[in-house]
Design a binder for this molecule. Sequence first.
Ligand code: GDP
Ligand code: IMO
Ligand code: MG
Length: 439
Amino acid sequence: MPLHIIIGAQWGDEGKGRVTDLLAAQADIVARYSGGDNAGHTVTVSGPDGPRIFRLHLLPSGLVQPHVTGVLGHGMVINPARLLEEMTALRGLGIEISPARVKISAAAHLITPAHIALDRADEAARAADAAGEGKIGTTGRGIGPAYTDKTARRGLRAELMADAERLGDRVADQVRATNHSLEKLYGQPALDPAQVAADYTAYARDLSPYLAETSLYLHQRLSAGAVVLAEGAQGTLLDLDLGTYPFVTSSSPTSGGAFVGLGVAPRFAGRIIGVTKAFQTRVGEGPFPTEAFGEEAQRLRGTGANPWDEFGTTTGRPRRCGWLDLVLLRYALRVNGVTELVLTKLDVLSGLSTIRLCAAYQAAGQTHDELPSGPADLAPFQPVYETMPGWSEDVSGARTLADLPPAARAYVARIEELTGVPVSLISVGAERSQMVRCD
Ligand code: GDP
Ligand code: IMO
Ligand code: MG
């Protein structure tokens, strides 16, 4: 019966995919409710031939568990070319992808090459505008323009794929309309409407069997006792309304977005699970009060040698790294109504002699435990750090709290104290089993 919601409590990449995969063991359905292939969710499962790494962008991470049905909710924006590529890649890794297992909301919106061209052109224009706030640092996947078309009520919904020829005509019209902006406004080359139409006609033939009325499907399954996990993408601080605007994405990745983006009523809500790293990262532009630089940042980021080092799953960009910001975390827990925290990447902190943690902000001689005017303008604030002793032990084999060194337990306890939210799980490695259960 319950809809458990997994949300990112920071700026994305908290390890939501890995947490979703683990919790999906006890779920029937896993549903994505917002965003598109700007998301990159990684699941690592060891097998007889070593670790297998699944990289998901559009399909729910829960599909790695064989018993789970996946839903792509109508809050999403879907690039059909990328979805088909991802389906092929997952099939190659032994995952069953079929209309019985994967359901795409007929009301989700489609991303086209026109959206991608506009996204990139707009970023270039923002970067060149000396008077503006600069570029957003988007993933260049066409996300913003696709949601713009949706809210302007001229978007292309997935239901159009039921009639491949009609979709082709609509896409050709959209490309022709966009070419005008691309050429006249941005000085960019035009796209070929006939080619894009032909491509979309072919995608529609492949994807139309997956179309479903997913809101009705979820309602019926929840009413019959199924456990549904809503898998958040991005993070709270990237939420269009609640994040560090304008350096945000164009959707609602917070818990409220799950009800809208799936068409499930709030009365079904169960646990609201906030995922946070044991430190802070951000990819793209925008404020980051606890950002570290130089050697300190490099130590948190890693070199790129490990698959979990802080380089974007989607774009490969090095992530900006810093110390855990409890002011922003408290904010995220509040606006989502988080009932439990999952702390990831505790293992990355092993070997640091001291760990910093931002407990409050200071501005104009005043200390702030909460954000007095929301997260958009963080420029006036200086972090007030607490310093805690680190630990040298490798924690990646820990499975219970007692397995963790006292300094690591003290760090977790301080996070619970400063947030008032219990930590239920602590991830100590990328692999599925590398999890400390706190009960
Ligand atoms: P998501 O976007 O929130 O799903 O997170 P990503 O998958 O983009 O980024 C998290 C990265 O950290 C992935 O490479 C995960 O495999 C990895 N990861 C997740 N949890 C842990 C952990 O506890 N320790 C380590 N070392 N890596 C982790
Ligand atoms: P997951 O689900 C981290 C960031 C981009 C940029 C801003 C807007 O893997 O946590 P967009 O392309 O959405 O218009 O870019 O949002 N961003 C993410 N950062 N993880 C993500 O997803 C992100 N999805 C978008 O870097 O700053
Ligand atoms: Mg990610």
